[in-house]
Design a protein. Structure first.
Length: 274
């Protein structure tokens, strides 16, 4: 059973801009969160021209990594920043293998928990160091502005995990079976499924301006009221989305049972597969 998330709203990638929030009166009215996939897209972490490429990915800043490196936090930041000069996709980032679907073959997702932790802690030295090495100057300026926006307006970034990934695979299969058009690359459409699955697993309504996805959500049992081109998709239970793995909903319990404040609840253990 999902918690009543009161005024929590999950913003789709196309809603992550100050102009969009002001246009639809969302600033100050609700507690806003986003999926780590959306954050990665707007922060330029993923290479849109490659199915599995990354421009940069942060290391997981947690006690386990500090212990392994045998460094104090400030020493670690200097050490990690030096490594970013040579390898902007950190070997110490979190990694999650996502099973294949009819939309996309098996893939490896990187850095989802790491960017959620960077947002949660408010200490963004690692983010700035790795973004500076992975992006060109003009793009870096835009991304740093986006980062400040995310820090100021989002209560939390919800990281991709195994439960969300499995639900996304089920949604991806349903997406292909329903004859929906794949926008851009398969990765772009799979990112849409990750965001939708985040809404399903957490029970948080998804705010989107995507009319095509609105039709897909409605076809699969979601309630989708519309207001001037803005859609707020109210998710059904995960089992309604066609998941063939009942354990996928059980592994989402750590989200479902969380208090309304999602900060300080990011799972800092790297997902299996790395």
């Amino acid at each position: 059973m999902f918690l009543e998330h009161s005024n929590l709203l999950l913003l789709d990638t196309n809603m992550l801009s100050p102009g969009k929030l002001v246009e639809h009166g969302l600033l100050g009215e609700s507690t806003l969160v986003a999926a780590s996939t959306s954050a990665q897209e707007v922060l330029g972490m993923q290479r849109p021209d490659r199915e599995g490429g990354y421009r940069y990915a942060l290391p997981m800043m947690n006690d386990r990594l500090l212990l392994r490196a045998n460094l104090a936090p400030d020493q670690f930041f200097r050490w990690a920043s030096d490594h970013a000069k040579h390898r902007p996709v950190s070997r110490h980032t979190d990694s999650l293998v996502v099973p294949g679907s009819r939309l996309r073959q098996e893939s490896r997702e990187l850095g989802h928990a790491a960017v959620a932790i960077a947002h949660e802690t408010g200490d963004d030295r690692l983010f700035r160091a790795y973004a500076a090495r992975g992006l060109r100057t003009k793009q870096l300026r835009r991304v740093l502005s986006k980062w400040e926006f995310l820090r100021a307006e989002l209560e939390a970034i919800i990281p991709l995990d195994d439960a969300i990934a499995l639900q996304a695979v089920a949604l991806a299969n349903a997406f292909v079976d329903s004859g929906q058009h794949v926008k851009g690359t398969a990765r772009n459409s799979m990112n849409d499924m990750y965001v939708a699955a985040t809404s399903l697993i957490t029970g948080i309504p998804l705010v989107t301006a995507d009319a095509q996805l609105n039709d897909f959500y409605r076809e699969h049992g979601w309630t989708v009221p519309s207001n001037d081109g803005l859609y707020i998709a109210l998710p059904s239970a995960p089992s309604d989305a066609g998941s063939s793995d009942p354990a996928s909903t059980q592994r989402g319990d750590r989200y479902i049972n969380r208090p309304l404040s999602l900060r300080s609840h990011v799972d800092q253990v790297p997902p299996p597969g790395r």
